[in-house]
Design a protein around this ligand. Structure first.
Ligand SMILES: [Zn+2]
Length: 174
């Protein structure tokens, strides 16, 4: 199956993904193409439904906060669950490969504790802040059928309504 980036308007981005049940080779097989899509588009994370897969996993660049990084550490997070959100929130500008051309400030919790399964199905836990925490929250929203534009205030969404509509039209059917 060839995977391609899905865009706003595609129904797969609006529904919660199905839990991953098969690990190992079956799951790892999707990785090369997902990493390729993420890199081609200059992203730092990609949820499976952004590649057209109805599966509850995402990839993120685990060392995204290391500005001097020479190689990307790709982390696959299957069936992720947030165990804890910090009460502190922060504002970070977000963009989304599925909503090209739109970048907006979004407020979210600063730190998270997340439990997930790795490619082999082992249960892992990660406590993180900085930009990585932001990327994970953004990708987890995707897995729940939520786009970052839905995290904007109603006032801002109303203001951007025309722009969002034109992006949707431009990418419809792709
Ligand atoms: Zn996104």
């Amino acid at each position: 199956m060839s995977l391609n980036l899905t865009y706003i308007g595609n129904p797969i981005l609006k529904k919660a993904t199905a839990p991953v049940r098969e690990f190992g080779e079956a799951l790892a097989a999707h990785l090369p193409r997902m990493v390729e899509i993420m890199r081609e588009e200059g992203g730092v994370g990609l949820a499976a439904n952004q590649a057209g897969l109805d599966m509850r996993f995402a990839i993120v660049i685990a060392n995204v906060d290391d500005e001097d990084r020479e190689t990307d550490e790709i982390l696959l997070m299957a069936n992720p669950e947030i165990l804890e959100f910090s009460r502190d929130e922060c504002v970070i500008e977000e963009g989304c490969l599925s909503v090209p051309g739109l970048r907006e400030d979004i407020t979210r919790p600063e730190h998270i504790r997340v439990r997930y399964q790795d490619v082999d199905g082992n249960t892992m836990e990660l406590h993180t802040g900085d930009f990585l925490a932001r990327v994970i929250q953004h990708e987890m929203d995707h897995l729940n059928g939520v786009l970052f534009i839905e995290r904007m205030s109603l006032a801002k969404r109303t203001l951007l309504k025309k722009k969002i509509e034109s992006i949707r039209e431009e990418y419809a059917g792709r």
